[in-house]
Design a protein around this ligand. Structure first.
Ligand code: ADP
Ligand code: SF4
Length: 688
């Protein structure tokens, strides 16, 4: 095994955090995952795998301390009474099994929550509408409420200590998400008593809670503070000058400062809008004001960047949520001198959709994420092949590449054949658009890993026909030939095709992705509702093209609310002068003119357009697959036992789903259908 590069030694030095010591500087900061109390075994296994992969500290997601902070329908953790303890004990046990520290982020969400299930009135510094249900107001906390709130923290902390946690957080970050932060913000804290008004008064509750936690559990647990130093709202919100005063006031009280920017869409900045280490300028002041360890995040995947942050005194601990999701074994890979094998996070934020939509998180780069317990998938270990049979994979998009890699890990002989000059499929095509550059890592990581494998033969510029495939003599065939964008406007909104005159200029998305950008005034019609229409709009507009973005939805790129991209997209497109038209569908397309129809009432309008790019739906490229099925009687003579369609060619979906499909194919090859479809169900432990 290769040895660690001594340059990275600072990442492996132990550090004292209050009464605890962490074995290294890899710190998985609290992050939601859509599992929490509803899928507790899956959550615990996932955290344990990260500890196994070398993260010295592994934290929970936010953990509600009381029924008056009921985050339903989101799926997070709870510590309302002792009946929640088994879930926590399970997670702590999994983390401790690998000698890592377990941290818990206690939270009360104040006016963020409307308490859908518990039906309790929401709490707030002042009387204002709740975020989750704006018609429902949170009530201003009385002195008794404040006393009770402090008690809730202490009770939860004592339970957390009982569960075995090493680090217990007070949480005042992510903007309006937490009650402790709501008290700090003068735009929400309009109190006239000793908890409102001056900065000292607004900080009072946070100081009291920190002191309460220290008194209650500080003898054996570290007390951490997660604090957002800037909301990026200018003088409207928290910014550096005030944050400096707050850090100055509380400097030595917590045992650890976990600092970031708010709100969440700025903290977990999509790669399209921010790069690795992007928070440094905001957080670097903190270490100058405290002697306590400081952890910060920045989608760190490069060990050189990590070491630089530590050596330059920016932070002491490398905080990570997304990099630890994309590669739970990132620390061990650095430790073993295998940093070139790190599966780097691409900053797509598919993972955050698990929180928004309350399902177990998935990751574009890591197909095992969320499946560690349910399907028994480990990010590093995989069962060896049942036989020595060979597999031909046709198409090297994300599905084909991942299938090849996982099959190679299992010990199969793999032939990977790609029609184009480059491996990567849609990933290479889409990352030709500048904003998506980091997403190339999906292809780059797998292409590099495959180049190291003796049992994989890869061919580019090799479009296979059905005849070629039948003659290859491989035992198993995977067809991963992807999908193509339709040009006839059929999709969610239009089940029938739209009338288009002969001289209209319709440009397919695939043409654009091949670099053929239309000239003149371009209308992009988005009935896809995810990222790509907005990326094409951004690319064209930033090179001077006049762009109109039309969508039948009431909001552009509406699904990107789940990936924290939407607010950034709204700003970017407006800054670039893109004209945005919502609630309109296409009625017909003529030369230099598009007729739009309102989605609600029968009104029409016209927009000038020299070219139209429709993003409505994709057609699976399944001709090869269907032909092979038709010629099933020839399989036996050619030694073929199975033909499987995977990824977009089976059902067009996200890149994450294509990677998952490739991985699943590799994991389940030669299994019976019962074995292949098996998953464990969460019964009994979590629940409401
Ligand atoms: P997925 O997301 O399912 O992986 P992609 O569209 O990204 O799908 O990738 C499919 C890949 O398959 C593309 O790179 C395409 O060039 C390749 N391909 C399509 N047809 C053939 C073929 N007949 N032979 C080899 N490769 C093919
Ligand atoms: Fe990174 Fe995307 Fe995976 Fe999230 S889903 S960890 S952003 S690669």
């Amino acid at each position: 095994m290769a040895k660690r590069n001594p340059r990275f030694d600072p990442l492996f030095e132990p550090l004292q955090i209050g009464p605890k010591s962490t074995r290294n500087r890899f710190y998985q900061v609290p992050h939601c995952n859509g599992m929490g109390h509803r899928y507790p075994r899956a959550m615990a296994e996932m955290r344990g795998v990260k500890a196994e992969g070398g993260w010295g500290v592994v934290c929970t997601e936010e953990c509600s301390i009381h029924p008056s902070s009921d985050l339903s329908p989101a799926t997070l953790m709870r510590l309302w009474d002792d009946s929640d303890l088994p879930v926590h004990e399970l997670m702590v046990e999994k983390v401790h099994a690998h000698h890592s520290l377990a941290g818990i982020q206690l939270v009360h969400n104040g006016f963020e929550v409307a308490n859908y299930v518990t039906r309790l009135p929401s709490l707030s510094p002042s009387n204002i509408p709740t975020e989750n249900f704006p018609h429902v107001h949170a009530r201003a906390m009385s002195k008794t409420d404040i006393h009770d709130f402090r008690r809730m923290h202490v009770d939860a902390a004592l339970r957390a200590k009982k569960a075995g946690y090493d680090i217990i957080y007070a949480y005042a970050a992510h903007g309006t998400m937490t009650l402790l932060y709501q008290f700090l913000l003068s735009r929400y804290n309009m109190r006239t008593d000793e908890y409102g008004g001056s900065l000292e008064n607004r900080v009072r509750l946070l100081r009291e809670v920190l002191q309460d936690l220290k008194d209650a559990v500080g003898d054996s647990c570290a007390v951490a503070l997660r604090f957002a130093v800037d909301e990026l709202l200018g003088s409207e919100g928290m910014q550096k000058s005030e944050a400096e005063d707050i850090v100055g006031l509380l400097a030595e009280l917590p045992d650890l400062w976990d600092v970031n920017v708010a709100a969440w869409h700025n903290d977990s900045m999509p790669s399209r809008f921010g790069s690795e280490g992007g928070q440094e300028d905001y957080i670097s002041f903190v270490k100058k004001l405290t002697t306590k360890p400081v952890v910060g995040v920045g989608r760190f995947t490069s060990p050189d960047t990590m070491v630089s942050q530590i050596n330059r005194g920016v932070i002491d601990l490398i905080g990570a949520a997304r990099p630890s999701i994309a590669d739970p074994f990132l620390p061990n890979k650095i430790d073993e001198g295998r940093e070139d094998e790190i599966r780097e996070c691409i900053g797509c934020n598919m993972c955050t959709s698990g929180d928004y939509l309350a399902y177990p998180m998935r990751c574009t780069q890591n197909p095992t994420m969320g499946e560690e317990w349910r399907r028994g998938w480990h990010p590093v270990r995989i069962d060896k092949a049942a036989s020595k049979e060979s597999v031909l994979i046709v198409g090297a998009g994300p599905a084909g590449l991942e299938a090849a890699l996982a099959l190679s890990d299992r010990g199969y002989d793999v032939i990977l054949s790609e029609a184009r000059k480059q491996m990567g499929g849609r990933v290479i095509a889409e990352t030709s658009l500048t904003p998506l550059a980091d997403w190339r890592r999906v292809a780059d990581h797998r292409t590099y890993m495959l180049s190291q494998r003796a049992n994989v033969q890869s061919y580019t510029d090799s479009a296979l026909t059905t005849k070629d495939i039948l003659e290859t003599q491989a035992t198993h065939i995977a067809i991963a030939t992807g999908s193509k964008w339709r040009c006839d406007f059929s999709g969610l909104q239009h089940q029938q095709t739209v009338p288009v005159s002969d001289n209209a200029n319709i440009v397919s998305v695939d043409d654009v992705l091949n670099g053929n950008y239309p000239k003149g005034k371009v209308l992009i019609y988005d009935d896809d509702h995810y990222y790509l229409a907005s990326v094409i709009a951004e690319q064209l507009a930033s090179t001077g093209t006049q762009v109109t973005l039309v969508t039948p939805a009431s909001d552009i790129a509406s699904w990107t609310h789940n990936t924290l991209e939407n607010e950034h997209i709204q700003i970017r497109l407006r800054e670039l002068g893109v004209e945005i038209i919502c609630n309109k569908k296409i009625s017909r397309v003529d030369d230099k003119k598009v007729t739009l129809a309102c989605v609600y009432i029968d009104t029409k309008s016209e927009v000038a357009a020299d070219a139209v790019i429709p993003l409505t739906s994709r057609a699976p490229q399944d001709t090869l697959y269907n032909e092979l099925l038709e010629q099933q009687d020839e399989w036996n003579d050619n030694g073929i036992k199975s033909v499987t369609a995977i990824g977009d060619c089976y059902a067009p979906a996200t890149i994450a789903m294509a990677v998952y499909a490739g991985h699943e194919f590799a994991r389940t090859l030669e299994m019976t259908p019962e074995e292949a479809n098996f998953f464990r169900r969460e019964l009994g432990l979590g629940g409401e």
